[in-house]
Design a protein around this ligand. Structure first.
Ligand SMILES: O=C(O)CCC(=O)C(=O)O
Length: 260
């Protein structure tokens, strides 16, 4: 479905999300907003101190920048964009808190894979009691099979949380269990145009291949929890209502909107 302005997910989209574990919203961000985010990545600005490297099973590296606090920059504006947070409220059917945001830098020819995993495989260990959580993957470059778009196992969120083991410097599903699970579900390659969003349940099995193309695959992923999801304290905290930014906040943060 396409947002075309300020439309939100319909009941049919929510039903599809419940059944399949994911839903795609095409063209949710305007090209100028996507360009502003790409520019922010290329300029380095606020991402530098948050950037880490993760290694896949074959030793290939992929970079990501992750933050758990909303600052006062383009990434805070993007993470709280109405297209994201109001649709997350619709999908979770309740008030939400921001958990974290990431910029994924899967570089041309070198960017590594992400092994099959569930986000709740990580987040359970980070102390969240209920899997009432989800991620939103926003394509900044076109995401294709060749450059390592996200693959999802449709409907696999219904299997519940599986154990994760270390593979490279990532965590993934145990090999023997994955061999059993994979043939049970349709694998969908989520090819996305820049500015499109893939919302997916925290128990949906997903992975992505290495980038074998000459084009970067940069994306922006934000994670949210239902507000009030009990959490073991002393860990990463997500317990404040996530406010929605103004519709033009991304362009304002990039100083592309003239002051009046
Ligand atoms: O960016 C990717 O290719 C995979 C990211 C991912 O699986 C995740 O953040 O959970």
């Amino acid at each position: 479905m396409s947002l075309q302005g300020t439309k939100y997910l319909s009941q049919c989209d929510v039903d599809n999300y419940d059944r399949n574990g994911y839903v795609i919203v095409e063209d949710a961000f305007y090209p100028a907003e996507v360009e502003a985010m790409i520019h922010a990545i290329e300029a380095g600005s606020s991402l530098g101190p948050h950037t880490r490297v993760r290694t896949d099973a074959e030793g290939k590296k992929t970079k990501l920048a992750i933050w758990h606090q909303l600052g006062n920059d383009i990434w805070a504006a993007a993470s709280t964009s109405p297209n994201l947070v109001n649709n997350v409220r619709i999908l979770l059917r309740q008030e939400i808190a921001f958990f974290h945001g990431k910029v994924m830098l899967k570089e041309a020819q070198t960017g590594g894979a992400w092994e099959w995993h569930q986000d709740y495989g990580y987040w359970y260990d980070q102390g969240f009691l209920y899997p009432r959580m989800l991620s939103a993957f926003v394509a900044l470059d076109r995401a294709t099979r060749e450059n390592g778009c996200l693959s999802v196992l449709k409907g696999s969120h219904k299997i519940g949380r599986l154990n994760h083991v270390q593979t490279g410097t990532q965590f993934g599903i145990e090999h023997d269990r994955m061999a059993l699970v994979e043939p049970l579900f349709e694998c969908v390659y989520c090819e996305l145009a820049p500015g499109s969003i893939l919302f997916f349940d925290c128990n949906l099995l997903h992975s992505s291949d290495a980038n074998k193309s000459d084009h970067h695959r940069r994306s922006f992923i934000t994670a949210y929890t239902a507000l009030g999801n009990p959490q073991i304290k002393g860990q990463l905290c997500a317990d404040e209502v996530c406010q929605s930014a103004a519709p033009n906040a991304i362009l304002e943060a990039a100083r592309l909107v003239p002051e009046t």
